[in-house]
Design a protein around this ligand. Structure first.
Ligand SMILES: [Zn+2]
Length: 439
């Protein structure tokens, strides 16, 4: 018997759905023997009790794809999914995502990002190319000091961003022929520089450097140069970071970044998918891992959450029953129009299941939670107001408790249990009234 834990390599699946009724998947043991996965852990056939069985562990992506296949859903990483995964590789996994947990940092990164931008409507996709923008040294040193002033811990330095291959230093010079600004990497710079726009060459301005080292500038690189907040990757990764560590228990989670799901002739993109170990206390109460589906929005003008988004999630729920939905925005609130839509969606999700709990719990997160430092309870306590009312242990211990708390904070709904009580009280009152009428 084996309980899997995994602290440094997040690309290995450590949480899998239980396969009590169908052992044909996953094939974890060598030789492809069926391995029971349940509340006791993973039970390997006796001959494979040595560490050698690690060779046959699934990658997180394969685990997600395989588990969804069991529901008749074909899943594959989408383009934003690839971008988010590359970011994770640079940052060293979800732990490293704390570097991005700051809205001003994301705004600066987004300002610097360029490349290809796609705008789609129902009929066409328009592609526009934007040049990457450079940022002077000072923009970044100012950002880091402002970040430190806002929050003394964790201490981030500029080096964290260069080491994580988020930004890279280079030299900017002005072309004397066409006035274009050229940015050259430290390995690419030479005494002669070729202009990227007019293709003529000119001398590096050795005697005419800008004051205050202003020839040294930063550029975003790799996945961080993708526009529109890394095509939504920042908010998806920050959401996964909250799911992994909102309370002090280190709940294991197997996740994948954005995927295209195909089923019954339709395609639906979701911003992440995760299997998260059940967080009820005590092994005897432990239920199968929870499937989590994410819809993560970035910053932007107007409404970020639309009726179409929620209809998409409902169609996914029809195929993946009992899924928990996590809906996030990178601003600190939901708009009145979004609240109306979400209220209806949350009430739909509260349909009672066999355990007397909501069938599709909905967790609502904003920039407040996505940029939290350490524990959600501490963040909510510091925020005060309605957040502080839910800062205690009982509202932040499990995913379901937290979902219920966020529905009360952001939508002003009664708690799930209060709503159930009101429902039964009304039924009782109606029955009594009917009985009295008969007498
Ligand atoms: Zn030029």
């Amino acid at each position: 018997m084996l309980n899997i834990s995994n602290y440094n390599n997040r690309s290995i699946a450590t949480v899998l759905p239980f396969n009590t009724f169908d052992r044909t998947w996953p094939r974890l043991a060598m030789g492809g023997d069926a391995v029971p996965v349940g509340s006791e852990g993973w039970v390997f056939p006796q001959q494979y009790t040595k560490l050698g069985q690690y060779e046959s562990l699934l990658s997180a992506d394969d685990a997600i794809v395989g588990s969804l296949g069991q529901f008749g859903v074909k899943a594959e990483l989408s383009e934003p999914g690839h971008i988010a995964r590359q970011m994770l590789e640079h940052l060293g996994g979800l732990w490293g995502v704390h570097l991005l947990a700051d809205i001003e940092t994301l705004k600066l990164l987004n300002k610097m990002a360029g490349g290809l931008r796609r705008k789609s409507n129902d009929a066409d996709t328009i592609e526009e190319t934007f040049e990457l923008r450079t940022a002077p040294l000072k923009d970044w040193t100012d950002l880091i000091s402002a970040r430190k002033a806002r929050r003394p811990l964790p201490r981030h330095s500029l080096e964290d961003f260069t080491k994580g291959n988020v930004i890279r230093l280079g030299l900017e010079t002005d072309c004397p022929h066409c006035s274009a600004k050229n940015w050259t990497t430290l390995t690419g710079v030479d005494y002669r520089v070729t202009c990227e726009r007019c293709l003529k060459s000119y001398d590096f301005p050795q005697a005419a450097l800008r004051e205050h080292n202003r020839n040294f500038t930063y550029r975003v690189i790799g996945p961080f140069s993708v526009p529109d907040y890394g095509r939504g990757s920042y908010s998806a990764l920050l959401t996964l970071r909250v799911l992994e560590r909102f309370n002090s228990s280190t709940n294991e989670m197997t996740f994948s970044t954005a995927m295209n799901l195909s089923f019954d002739g339709v395609q639906r993109e979701v911003d992440f998918i995760a299997w998260r170990g059940d967080d009820r206390l005590g092994r005897e109460n432990r239920r199968p891992p929870q499937l989590i589906i994410g819809e993560a929005k970035s910053l932007g003008q107007g409404e970020l959450i639309t009726a179409g988004d929620l209809a998409k999630l409902k169609s996914v729920a029809a195929k993946l029953p009992d899924a928990v939905f996590v809906i996030t925005v990178l601003r600190e609130y939901f708009t009145p129009a979004e609240k109306l839509l979400l209220e209806r969606f949350v009430k739909w999700g509260r349909r009672v299941n066999v355990h007397g709990e909501p069938t599709n719990p909905v967790l609502l997160l904003t920039a407040h939670e996505l940029t939290m430092d350490h524990l959600l309870s501490a963040t909510w306590k510091d925020l005060g107001g309605s957040h502080a009312l839910f800062a205690d242990y009982e509202h932040t211990r499990t995913l379901l408790d937290m979902a219920d708390a966020t529905q009360q904070i952001y939508l002003g709904l009664p708690s799930f249990h209060q709503a159930r009580r009101e429902y039964w009280d009304k039924r009782l009152a109606r029955r009594k009234a009917a009985q009295n009428g008969e007498n």
